[in-house]
Write a protein that binds this ligand. Structure first.
Ligand SMILES: [Zn+2]
Length: 438
């Protein structure tokens, strides 16, 4: 009985709170549909930030929309990073830490993001979703069990010829709509909120130009995760190893006894991976580590193989590196005339190394999701985020869900409720920071 009373009370309380909140001037979905029409695909191996000029198109639009919503200190940097500050509405805003929210504007180089034609499945009633412009592209229930939770929702996909751009225009739309809701609801109390939209997340590099100090956030969240409830305070730690094979080139007509073909050694080295390295991306999941040769060049004189080393445990690198060095030694034994060099470089560190000292960032996010009616789940990311970079540079930054699915592909989707509930979570989160500071 007691339990039932408590449940009823909570329900009444949340309903009454809900009833008091005025809706945004524009829905997260309408914003999202506007942003995905703007092509912001980033490009690999460019020497400039942003890697593609067109990312300025969305940056300038978002800056204008921020100004229209009354956000202060809005600027677009020369690197196409959009910064702004939503002033707090407390008697003393300095009592609450300034919280930052970051969405990234670019879309993956893997699939075109130009001329995105949105397909909306209204009031989804279950079953597979065949994309209209390419019937081979099917979002299946078997591969997307979360679809079962989206019955009655409006599902947003692309038409099957491009990606959707939910990653991460969902995050951008949700952050923008949070600001809109806060503006319409001065009764929702919050401290200062720093806003940023970044370029080149998908290709790395954009975040290196991020001006943490000027931005002013004490803690931040990237809004760049996937299904509702996924909160990440842990990423891989990353090293990249480079193995270089030095041979000797000469004219093949007069090469007898002189030419040393480094390609054979590189080939021998690579051929050892499938049998001798059990932990590869294609064989691992969850918290398992992996070793992954991902790119290389072959030439008689010099061949190079680059290898990703990934482990949640920073100490795990010692073992991973030793495995690769053992393979190098075996190949070296077989090809003594080829000189083989090994070197490795640290990419990013598991953000947990820092975030473990700030458990409230995860706890408050969990609470914010629960208040939005979402079941939170802490999920380690088998990769890095812009937050890994920022956390390593002194700005603790976990990652929050956006409601999106199937990033970087034509089967990408989100939903109206996915966008709305993610937005509600952000609104709850800034409130919780204000509540806890009392
Ligand atoms: Zn993303």
């Amino acid at each position: 009985m007691k339990v039932i009373t408590a449940v009823v009370c909570t329900l009444v309380l949340s309903l009454s709170l809900f009833a008091q909140v005025k809706p945004p001037t524009e829905s997260a979905m309408d914003r999202f549909l506007r942003y995905v029409k703007i092509d912001t695909q980033s490009a690999e191996d460019q020497n400039t930030v942003p890697s593609t000029k067109k990312q300025f198109d969305l940056a300038n639009l978002l800056a204008k929309e921020l100004k229209d919503l009354g956000v202060e200190n809005v600027r677009v940097s020369e690197f196409a990073i959009v910064y702004g500050m939503v002033p707090g509405n407390l008697a003393d805003n300095s009592k609450v830490p300034t919280i930052g929210f970051i969405g990234h504007m670019d879309t993956s180089p893997a699939v075109s993001g130009a001329n995105v034609k949105v397909n909306i499945v209204k009031n989804y009633q279950g079953g597979d979703i065949v994309l209209p412009a390419d019937k081979m592209q099917v979002i299946t229930v078997a591969q997307n069990p979360d679809l079962k939770n989206l019955i009655g929702d409006d599902i947003i996909t692309a038409d099957g010829t491009t990606l959707l751009g939910s990653d991460d225009k969902s995050g951008c739309a949700e952050i923008m709509t949070m600001i809109d809701i806060l503006g319409n609801n001065p009764q929702i109390k919050h401290g200062n909120i720093a806003i940023a939209f970044t370029p080149d997340e998908e290709v790395g590099g954009g975040i290196d130009k991020f001006d943490i100090e000027h931005w002013g956030a004490k803690f931040a969240y990237t809004v760049d995760g996937e299904q509702l409830g996924d909160i990440s305070n842990e990423t891989f730690s990353a090293r990249t190893a480079t193995v270089t094979f030095h041979g000797k080139s000469t004219h093949p007509g007069t090469a007898k006894g002189i030419l040393i073909n480094s390609m054979y050694a590189a080939g021998d080295f690579l051929a050892r991976f499938p049998t001798e390295i059990p932990n590869r991306p294609e064989t691992t999941e969850g918290r398992e580590n992996y070793i992954h040769p991902y790119v290389g060049t072959l030439d008689i004189e010099t061949s190079v193989v680059k290898i990703l080393l990934r482990d949640f445990d920073i100490n795990g690198f010692v073992t991973l590196e030793q495995r690769v060095k053992d393979l190098v030694a075996e190949t070296q034994k077989k090809y003594p005339s080829v000189k083989i060099d090994y070197e490795s470089k640290l990419g990013y560190l598991n953000m947990k190394e820092v975030l473990k000292d700030y458990p409230q960032l995860t706890d408050y996010a969990v609470e914010a999701a629960k208040r939005a009616g979402i079941t939170p789940e802490i999920r380690p990311i088998r990769g890095g985020t812009d937050g890994s970079n920022l956390t390593a540079r002194g700005l603790p930054t976990p990652n929050l869900f956006t409601g999106g699915h199937n990033f970087h592909g034509k089967l990408e989707f989100n939903s109206r409720k996915g966008l709305e509930k993610s937005t509600a979570t952000l609104v709850n989160l800034v409130q919780i920071f204000a509540e806890k500071a009392k």
